[in-house]
Design a protein. Structure first.
Lengths: 637, 104
């Protein structure tokens, strides 16, 4: 057995102190070499060896050896405490007493702990070296600023840009130069936008480092640190907006920036482009943006709301209005709670005229209602189902407003692309969420009928009052029928054996069986509730019901193929179509026993198993239609 | 640039270099002193493979530090020797401090 022994605390103390000194020597050597290089080559100067480089090399070469002493100390301590009970670990001074004494163990027991400690040590040393390099650059930058050597400042800013993603480096750099000199650098490079963007990205990286001095961030927004004494008022805000061109800033930074760019001065002076840069910066940190924009700023108002109201930054549209929309979308995609919260705020901000909500935000609402995010993300996949849940998350009025905002632009004109997109999303959602057994009394089945009515009603409601021309209405109907037919047809094909039973003719185009079934369902709907609706709503309602009936029949056949009686199937495709058309249009009180196909009765009597099944299907369709009626009228009236 | 200017520039550069070298020597001496105080203490009780690896490296660090300090001292001497006399007026010695007044 090979024995290892040592005093862990002594080793750790050595490593902590001496590695810090190694880093100091590296930095000192760097500056020494700079000074020596100025003497070297001057007339009359002696030979000047590169002792600065030697000093840096000394610190750099010994850093890993000194760091390993610390790692062995940590490993010894961890190995010695690994077997201790949780109670013993909690004893005051437990670690201290172990670490201060000589620890002895089999070296084989130490190795696994040492491997882990060395990984930590390597990362720590890398981090310390990066910080040291950042301090070196900051020393040079401070010297260049003190000498008013602005060319050198720009050159050093480019060196910073090369390390802009390094949190240790950038935090050490900015901590060392401080807020005043950081602003001076930004001032000197303000004419070079590409470089300024990289500087901003470095600043953003630093603000997220745990090592950044909080006073540095606050100092940046202190006008007393302005690089030019004449920078005041509008010019100060304009200059400061140059810090926002790139990078994901920390919450501290963004909060301080928000006070400046969305503050009363910025609003009074209509600093819209600068506020827009802030919105874009927020959008690069949507997690913080969500908390910031939905915070109560007093009187139950949120910052989000203030961006949408009359006289707000978005009042005149433009880029900022689009960017606020993009921000809403980013925040809304963070998850169900953010999306619902934003929807509540926007629905509340809209006073009914809808004029205050910019198109960008309307687009965001549309996207949040229709886009299916990555299933692996934390965002609920079931966007429409969540939005129209029966738990009362949204009031009916909020739902109607949000659908209206999604379908119409701020001038009150319909956005046909979004209306079509919403319709397709609604229908796709209905297909994706069909109940497993459509003929059952399960809550799933009942909820689905409810959603059919609700979603179609929500989709249609905003269009009811719109002044569509006859041609536009016809176009809408055409699109509705086409979409429904295509989706239902797709469903049929996807169900094994059903396509075979129904035959290809049933699926074919506008003259095929599916549209005929939908039409029959529409007729059935027309005979009931539809008479209470005006022309346009009647069309939409009957389409919803016709489609739902067709869906139900197709699903029922997939579940039980004997729904189509053998007596009908034996007579071919035309007979099947005829039977299904009658089934799709059946109403309460219709005498199904009298149905015929090709002059032959379909059912042998009321004990015919096929009749019992068809009768049961009728009952379900009527139940479904009643639910749809109720919800559709609620949302469309 | 005239000869005198060049000589002055060299003198300024030597001033900076000597100042920086002196500071580096101070830092390295202090560093080495800390290293020795802490390192010797660690090695009093440290046994095993890793201690055996560290001991020669530790000795090398101390020797290397001494050698570096000597090189820097030598460079300071060379730099001071390279100064051109009479470029600047020789500093006038300060008068000896007067003794404190009685009763103070």
């Amino acid at each position: 057995m090979t024995v290892v022994s040592g005093v862990p605390n002594d080793m750790i103390a050595y490593g902590d102190r001496v590695t810090a000194l190694d880093l100091d020597l590296q930095r000192k050597g760097y500056h020494l070499e700079e000074v020596l290089s100025k003497v070297r080559g001057m007339e009359g100067a002696p030979a000047v060896p590169a002792l600065g480089n030697d000093l840096s090399s000394y610190g750099r070469r010994h850093l890993p050896e000194d760091g390993k002493v610390r790692a062995v100390g940590h490993a010894l301590l961890q190995a010695a405490t690994a077997g201790a009970s949780p109670v013993a670990r909690k004893e005051p001074g437990f670690q201290q007493s172990l670490g201060a004494g000589v620890t002895t163990m089999d070296s084989a027991n130490l190795d696994s702990f040492l491997q882990s400690a060395m990984r930590t040590e390597t990362a720590l040393e890398r981090s310390e070296e990066n910080a040291e390099a950042g301090q070196q650059l900051a020393d040079d930058m401070n010297a260049a600023i003190a000498a008013h050597d602005w060319d050198r400042v720009r050159e050093l800013a480019r060196q910073l840009a090369d390390r802009r993603d390094d949190a240790d480096f950038t935090a050490a750099f900015f901590n060392t130069i401080g807020a005043k000199n950081a602003l001076q650098v930004a001032w000197q490079i303000r004419g070079d936008e590409a470089l300024l963007k990289q500087f901003d990205a470095a600043l953003a990286t630093a603000t997220n480092s745990v090592d950044i001095d909080p006073n540095f961030v606050h100092g940046l927004f202190d006008q007393g640190n302005a690089p030019d004494g004449r920078l005041k008022g509008r010019e100060w805000i304009q200059f400061m907006s140059g810090l926002l061109l790139d990078g994901k800033f920390s919450p501290d930074f963004l909060r301080a920036a928000g006070d400046l760019f969305l503050g009363s001065d910025a609003r009074a002076w209509q600093m819209v482009p600068q506020a827009d840069l802030f919105i874009q910066a927020l959008n690069r940190n949507p997690e913080f943006a969500y908390f910031y924009m939905t915070e109560d700023t007093g009187g139950g108002h949120t910052r989000m709301e203030l961006l949408l109201g009359e006289g707000s930054f978005t009042w005149n549209g433009g880029q900022i209005a689009d960017d606020v929309g993009a921000l809403v979308e980013s925040m809304g995609k963070l998850g169900q709670l953010p999306r619902d919260t934003l929807f509540h705020i926007i629905a509340k901000a809209d006073d009914g005229t809808s004029y205050y909500i910019p198109d960008g935000v309307r687009r965001a609402i549309y996207d949040l209602l229709t886009q299916q995010p990555d299933r692996a993300s934390s965002v609920p996949y079931d966007l429409l189902g969540d939005f129209t849940s029966l738990t009362g998350e949204f009031t009916d009025e909020e739902k109607k407003r949000l659908f209206g905002l999604a379908e119409y632009d701020w001038t009150g004109h319909p956005d046909q692309g979004r209306i079509d997109g919403l319709q397709a999303a609604v229908i796709n959602w209905l297909h994706d969420h069909r109940p497993a057994d459509p003929l059952s009394d399960s809550p799933d089945a009942i909820n689905w009928y409810d959603h059919v009515g609700q979603l179609m009603g929500l989709w249609a409601a905003p269009q009811r009052d719109a002044a569509h021309s006859e041609a536009e209405r016809e176009h809408l109907q055409h699109v509705v029928v086409g979409t429904l037919t295509a989706v239902v047809g797709g469903t049929v094909l996807a169900v094994p054996a059903v396509g075979e039973i129904l035959g290809p003719a049933l699926l074919a185009g506008a003259g095929g069986g599916i549209p005929i079934m939908v039409a029959a369902g529409q007729e059935a709907a027309d005979r009931g509730t539809a008479s209470k609706l005006d022309d346009q709503m009647r069309e939409l309602y009957t389409l919803a019901v016709g489609t739902a009936r067709t869906e139900l029949i197709i699903d029922a056949i997939a579940h039980d193929q004997s729904i189509v009686p053998a007596s009908v199937r034996n007579q071919g495709t035309a007979a099947i179509q005829g039977y299904l058309r009658q089934l799709a249009g059946v109403m309460d009180g219709d005498s199904m026993l009298s149905w015929q196909v090709n002059g032959q009765p379909v059912f042998s009597g009321d004990h015919d198993p096929a009749y019992v099944k068809a009768n049961e299907l009728r009952a379900r369709m009527l139940q479904m239609q009643a639910t749809i009626d109720q919800r559709f009228l609620e949302f469309a009236e | 640039m005239g000869d005198d200017d060049q000589k002055r520039q060299l003198d300024f550069a030597i001033d900076d270099a000597v100042r920086e070298l002196t500071s580096a020597i101070g830092m390295l001496r202090s560093h080495t002193s800390d290293r020795i105080a802490l390192g010797d203490r660690v090695l009093q009780n440290w046994q095993g493979q890793y201690a055996d690896e560290f001991r020669p490296a530790y000795a090398g660090m101390k020797n290397e530090a001494t050698s570096l300090v000597n090189s820097m001292l030598a460079l300071i001497r060379d730099l001071n020797n390279a100064r051109v006399p009479d470029v600047f007026p020789q500093p006038v010695p300060l008068p000896a401090p007067s003794p404190p007044a009685p009763g103070r």
